[in-house]
Design a binder for this molecule. Structure first.
Ligand code: ZN
Length: 71
C-alpha cells in the first residue's frame, strides 16, 4: 500500500501525544520530589493513568497496522 493511511497517522499522533504527556508528568514529578511538594502523591496516580493511556495507544497502533497491513 503506497498511500498514507490516515487512521495510522491518527494513531501515531495519539501515541506520541500520550508519550509527551507521560514525559511532562515525569518532569513535574521530578520537580515535586526536589521541592518536597505536596502534589507528589497526586502525580503518582496521574502518571500511572498516563502510562496506561500510552500503552493503550501503542497497542491500538500495532493492532491497526497488523490488521490493515499499512506500514
Ligand atoms: Zn491503516
Amino acid at each position: 500500500m503506497s498511500e498514507t493511511c490516515s487512521e495510522r497517522e491518527r494513531l501515531i499522533s495519539k501515541w506520541s501525544e500520550s508519550s509527551r504527556h507521560v514525559a511532562r508528568l515525569a518532569d513535574e514529578q521530578l520537580a515535586a520530589i526536589k521541592n518536597v511538594d505536596a502534589s507528589l502523591a497526586g502525580l503518582h496516580e496521574k502518571i500511572r493513568l498516563a502510562k496506561t493511556e500510552e500503552i493503550e495507544a501503542c497497542r491500538a497502533y500495532y493492532f491497526h497496522v497488523g490488521q490493515h497491513d499499512c506500514v
